[in-house]
Design a protein around this ligand. Structure first.
Ligand code: FES
Length: 148
């Protein structure tokens, strides 16, 4: 390669690289990276009297997101006299876990993830515990909060 060909190639590489960098920067500044923060809305799932006195109760309920009615479920848990609500979404890849009463564990059917009654990981690939969902009890009903 002679000097002229080398300079020509170097100039082409320089301007191509500069164009790619400039285009990437322009895209980064023009793309709306603001992820719309979703508000927590509360949905009634059961009567207060139905909150388990001990153990886990699976509740299914409907909620509305962007004019669509969706079904979901959650686990209402009373463990050591502390009530909390766990999301059924496995923290590995998002499959829905099930409560196994005899084993006293939440089991994920996809890759064998296991969680204890508090949602802590016991085994398998999940990187984090099950998410605790906000809830409140009002006027005799238990409401579970979801970001919609
Ligand atoms: S999605 Fe639950 S273990 Fe993989």
């Amino acid at each position: 390669m002679n000097r002229r060909a080398f300079l020509s190639t170097a100039i082409k590489v320089f301007f191509t690289t500069a164009g790619i960098i400039t285009g990437t920067i322009a895209l980064l500044f023009s793309y709306p990276f603001k992820i719309k923060k979703r508000a927590v809305k509360y949905f009634p799932v059961m009567d207060e009297a139905e909150i388990p006195r001990r153990g886990v109760k699976t509740v299914t309920f409907k909620y509305k997101r962007q004019n669509r009615v969706l079904n979901t479920r959650a686990f209402v848990v009373n463990h050591n006299d502390i009530v909390y609500v766990l999301s059924p979404v496995c923290t590995h890849l998002g499959c829905l876990v099930n409560w196994h009463r005899r084993k006293h564990e939440f089991l994920c059917p996809c890759h064998g993830g296991r969680y204890d009654i508090e949602g802590k990981v016991l085994g398998g690939p999940p990187p984090a515990p099950l998410t605790r969902l906000p809830y409140r009890v009002s006027e005799g009903k238990l409401y579970i909060g979801l970001k919609v």
